[in-house]
Design a protein around this ligand. Structure first.
Ligand SMILES: *Cc1c(COP(=O)(O)O)cnc(C)c1O
Length: 460
């Protein structure tokens, strides 16, 4: 499979470029030039596969010029051996909907599903080529831990994670800062998540600097993460054997990565009805889908911090589709969003979006009341992000089966849970030890030169 950038279709890329670079040099996002569409027959043949076998079938067309056959099978199998569930995910019934638990990986959030695979792609690449890589990533909590867990201990690769000082939950922080491997560097920034993200962006934008440290990124626009995530949409479909009808998913959404993976599964032929883009009160995507107003506002801090964004980076991939795959048009829309912080979607684009997507939003009070209601009625504790996904189905009538994506274990967000139901959710036994471990991180000012210097010194 060959890839192109959403902002310039004239150049072709291989999977290796796509996962190592993350972002195309022209600022666009990578997408397949021609997407593989599975036939009815192929889709039927998938129905009895276990998670690893299915992942192989879905992922291999995307990566076959980089890794294939037994190598790929082994890599996928190794990636998911770190999960506490044999088939990676778990589907449970909660009231009239199903909840797809995606948090059984090492850092208790769905991000492990993609990041474990990505970590092993790097290792495979470095076993073939003489190269040294430094991954630099900003996190509001979950990404950093998942990335560290995926990279720690691997040869010829370091990871630097920037988190906002005192603004991630203690469990989130400890999952990052108690890791002892020598190739892991945690940096706490005196600032907020946007500051961290801007620091990483300006390091990438400084091509000389980025080149000099062989910088690579693993943030949510990385295509390798998207394909890994599309697998569980397929797998959950096959878990429902009887009377399933079309399947609808409600997806707690920040950067539009996870829900885009569902859209990708649909484009590859999976019978998905609607995808609900469930947001917290940072509801730019809800305003875009319900009213056509993709207008960026100030980020508000909420009890679902992994969804606190005002620019949904992966939305560019949908904008490309909405503009009939016109790279020039996509490029000018993205320039406009950058300069004016707004984009108006006309009725024909909205009609197109609504064939596949619906949207919802929940403010802080609603999130707490959702956690409470679900616990009282069904004795299940949902984390705040998942609760928002659960609420996504409240106001719509859809044909078929409704599945909520559960993106994090409730113990990662104990304050919100305690606030809702007076219970402090426990860490899984294997992770209890982190509470007493020594933490390791450097606290640095929000100053690009200080950070650049710091990273250079560490990798000497
Ligand atoms: C990252 C994250 C999300 C948002 O996912 P996107 O792909 O950015 O839309 C939702 N919930 C949790 C727990 C997360 O960590």
């Amino acid at each position: 499979m060959k890839y192109i950038s959403t902002r310039d279709k004239s150049k072709e890329f291989e999977f290796k470029d796509v996962f190592l670079k993350g972002l195309a040099d022209d600022g666009g996002l990578f997408i397949p030039k021609n997407l593989k569409k599975f036939t009815e027959k192929e889709l039927n043949e998938f129905s009895n596969l276990n998670y690893i076998e299915l992942a192989y079938k879905i992922i291999s067309p995307f990566v076959d010029d980089f890794i294939s056959g037994k190598d790929l099978e082994d890599l996928i199998s190794k990636s998911y051996s770190t999960f506490r569930e044999k088939n990676v995910i778990k589907l449970i019934n909660v009231g009239d909907r199903k909840v797809l638990e995606l948090f059984h990986g090492p850092t208790l959030a769905f991000k492990d599903v993609a990041m474990q695979l990505l970590g092993n792609f790097y290792e495979y690449y470095l076993s073939k080529e003489e190269d040294k890589i430094n991954i630099i990533v900003a996190t509001s909590g979950d990404t950093g831990a998942a990335a560290i867990e995926a990279i720690r201990g691997k040869k010829n690769i370091n990871i630097f994670v920037l988190h906002p000082h005192n603004r991630v939950s203690p469990v989130q922080r400890k999952l990052m800062t108690t890791v002892k491997d020598k190739n892991v560097y945690n940096i706490a920034i005196n600032g907020n998540f946007d500051d961290c993200q801007n620091l990483v962006k300006s390091m990438f934008a400084d091509h000389n600097y980025a080149k000099s440290i062989r910088m690579s990124g693993v943030n949510s626009i990385n295509w390798a993460r998207i394909i890994a995530q599309s697998v569980y949409y397929f797998y959950s479909y096959y878990l429902i054997k009887k009377d399933r009808g079309p399947i609808n998913f409600s997806v707690p959404t920040g950067n539009f990565g996870d829900v885009y993976a569902g859209y990708l599964a649909k484009k590859m032929g999976l019978q998905i009805g609607k995808l609900i883009v469930a947001t917290n009160q940072n509801d730019i995507l809800h305003r875009a889908i319900s009213r056509g107003q993709y207008y960026s506002e100030k980020v508000q801090e909420t009890n679902s911090p992994s969804m606190d964004i005002q620019i949904a980076s992966n939305f560019e991939r949908l904008i490309f589709d909405l503009n009939d795959e016109d790279d020039h048009e996509t490029s000018s829309v993205m320039q406009k969003i950058k300069s004016e912080k707004k984009y108006d979607l006309d009725q024909s684009k909205l009609d197109k979006i609504r064939k596949d997507f619906l949207s919802s939003s929940a403010d802080e009070k609603k999130v707490i009341s959702l956690i409470k209601k679900v616990y009282e009625n069904h004795k299940e504790i949902l984390d705040p992000h998942t609760a928002i996904g659960y609420g996504g189905f409240d106001d719509v009538e859809l044909e078929g089966t409704n599945i909520v994506l559960s993106t994090a274990h409730p113990c990662k967000f104990p304050d919100a849970i305690f606030n809702a139901i007076n219970i402090k959710p426990d860490l899984p036994d294997e992770l209890k030890y982190i509470s007493n471990e020594k933490e390791n991180f450097d606290l640095l000012d929000n100053d690009i030169n200080i950070i650049k210097q710091h990273i250079k010194e560490k990798i000497q």
